[in-house]
Design a protein around this ligand. Structure first.
Ligand SMILES: Nc1ncnc2c1ncn2[C@@H]1O[C@H](COP(=O)(O)OP(=O)(O)OP(=O)(O)O)[C@@H](O)[C@H]1O
Length: 321
C-alpha cells in the first residue's frame, strides 16, 4: 500500500470534517475521492499533502510515518482547480521550477523538461507565458510541473473543475492515458461521479466526513453498499421496497410473474437514445429507461397496462429503499 490513512479525524471548531477515516490507497493506481460538496474530500487530500494537520490518526506514505512531516518532506506533487502559475515565467520555466530550486544540473533539467512537455503535449508552447495558454493547457502544464520532481504521490484537487464540459472530458481521457504511461500513485478529488467511474481504478466515496464505500467502479456500480452510494452514482427509482436503476427494469405486456408489478404508462419521454417511461402503480411511480429499439418493439402508448420487473442479473445492484 502506498498511502495508509488510519483513524484520521479533523474538526474545524465544532464541525466534524473527517470522522475516524481509515483507508489504504494502493501504489501505482489512480484513486478517486468522490462525494458531494462539503463531504471532506479536499480536507482528506490536504491532510495527505501535509497542508492540513489531522487532529487524530496517522498518515503513512510509502511506509514512512508522514503524520507530522511538513509538505515539502513528503515528496508529493499537487495540482489544484485554480493553479497558481508563475505569470512572468515561460511554460518551460514553470515546469522546470521545482528542479531549479533543487539545483539540478542545467542539462539534466532541460532534458527532463523536454520529456515532460512531450508527455503533456505542450512542446510547441514551451516558450509561451501561462496567460497565453487555454485553461486545459494550463492544467496540463500544472501536471507537468507537479511530475517534474518525481513525486511518490500525485494529488489532484478537482484539477479540471473550472473547465467547460468538453475540455473536461478530453482531459479526463488524457489523464487516464498519462497515468497508464507514468503509473505514479495518484489521488484525485472529484464530485463528478461520471469522472470517477470513467477514470479511476478505485473509488473512495466520502460523505459527511465518513467513508461510505471503497471499491472499483464496477464494484460500486454493481453492488452499492447503501442507498447513499446508489443514489450518488446514478439515477434510481423505487420498485416495491427496493431502490433500483431505471435501466435494470424490464417492461412487458405478458402475464405478471412473481416479483413484477402492474401499472399504467403515464408518461413517455425521449432523452437522446433512451426512452424514459413512467409507470404508475397503485402506490408508486416507477421510472423505466429502455433503448429506442426495445421500446419500438413493444409498441406501447400512454395509458397502456404493463408489467415492470427487475432484470434477474441486476439484483445485486439494488438496495433497500
Ligand atoms: N479551514 C477551514 N475552516 C473551517 N471549516 C473548513 C475549513 N476547511 C474546510 N472546512 C469545512 O469542512 C467541510 C469539508 O470541506 P472539504 O473542502 O473537505 O469538502 P469537499 O468534500 O472537498 O467539498 P468541496 O468539493 O466543496 O471542496 C466543509 O463543510 C468546509 O466548510
Amino acid at each position: 500500500m502506498s498511502i495508509e490513512i488510519t483513524n484520521v479525524g479533523k474538526r474545524f471548531g465544532s464541525f466534524v470534517a473527517l470522522d475516524d477515516v481509515s483507508v489504504s490507497i494502493p501504489s501505482g493506481q489512480l484513486t478517486a475521492l468522490l462525494g458531494p460538496s462539503g463531504g471532506g474530500k479536499s480536507t482528506l487530500l490536504r491532510i495527505i499533502a501535509g497542508l492540513e494537520q489531522a487532529d487524530t490518526g496517522r498518515v503513512e506514505i510509502e511506509g514512512v510515518d508522514a503524520t507530522n512531516l511538513p509538505p515539502q518532506k513528503r515528496n508529493v506533487g499537487f495540482v489544484f482547480q485554480h493553479y497558481a502559475a508563475f505569470k512572468h515565467l515561460s511554460v518551460r520555466r514553470n515546469v522546470a521550477f521545482g528542479l531549479e530550486i533543487r539545483r539540478r544540473p542545467k542539462a539534466e533539467i532541460r532534458e527532463r523538461v523536454d520529456e515532460l512537455l512531450a508527455l503533456v503535449h505542450l512542446e510547441q508552447f514551451a516558450d509561451r507565458l501561462p496567460a497565453q495558454l487555454s485553461g486545459g493547457q494550463r492544467q496540463r502544464m500544472a501536471l507537468a510541473r507537479a511530475l517534474a520532481v518525481e513525486p511518490t504521490v500525485l494529488l489532484l484537487d478537482e484539477p479540471f473543475g473550472a473547465l467547460d464540459a468538453k475540455v473536461r472530458k478530453e482531459l479526463r481521457d488524457w489523464l487516464r492515458r498519462l497515468h497508464d504511461e507514468v503509473h505514479v500513485t495518484t489521488v484525485f478529488v472529484t464530485h463528478d461521479q461520471e469522472e470517477a467511474l470513467e477514470v479511476a481504478d478505485e473509488i473512495v466515496v466520502i460523505n459527511e466526513g465518513r467513508i461510505e464505500q471503497i471499491g472499483s467502479p464496477d464494484e460500486l456500480y454493481d453492488a452499492p453498499a447503501n442507498d447513499f452510494v446508489m443514489r450518488f452514482l446514478g439515477p434510481v427509482t423505487q420498485l416495491g421496497e427496493r431502490l433500483v436503476r431505471p435501466h435494470d427494469l424490464v417492461l412487458h405486456t405478458g402475464d405478471a410473474e412473481p416479483g413484477a408489478v402492474t401499472g399504467r404508462i403515464t408518461r413517455i419521454t425521449r432523452i437522446g437514445f433512451e426512452i424514459r417511461v413512467e409507470v404508475t402503480t397503485d402506490d408508486q411511480v416507477v421510472v423505466v429507461t429502455l433503448t429506442r429499439t426495445r421500446f419500438r418493439s413493444l409498441d406501447l402508448d400512454e395509458g397502456a397496462t404493463v408489467r415492470v420487473a427487475l432484470a434477474p442479473e441486476a439484483l445485486a445492484a439494488t438496495v433497500e429503499a
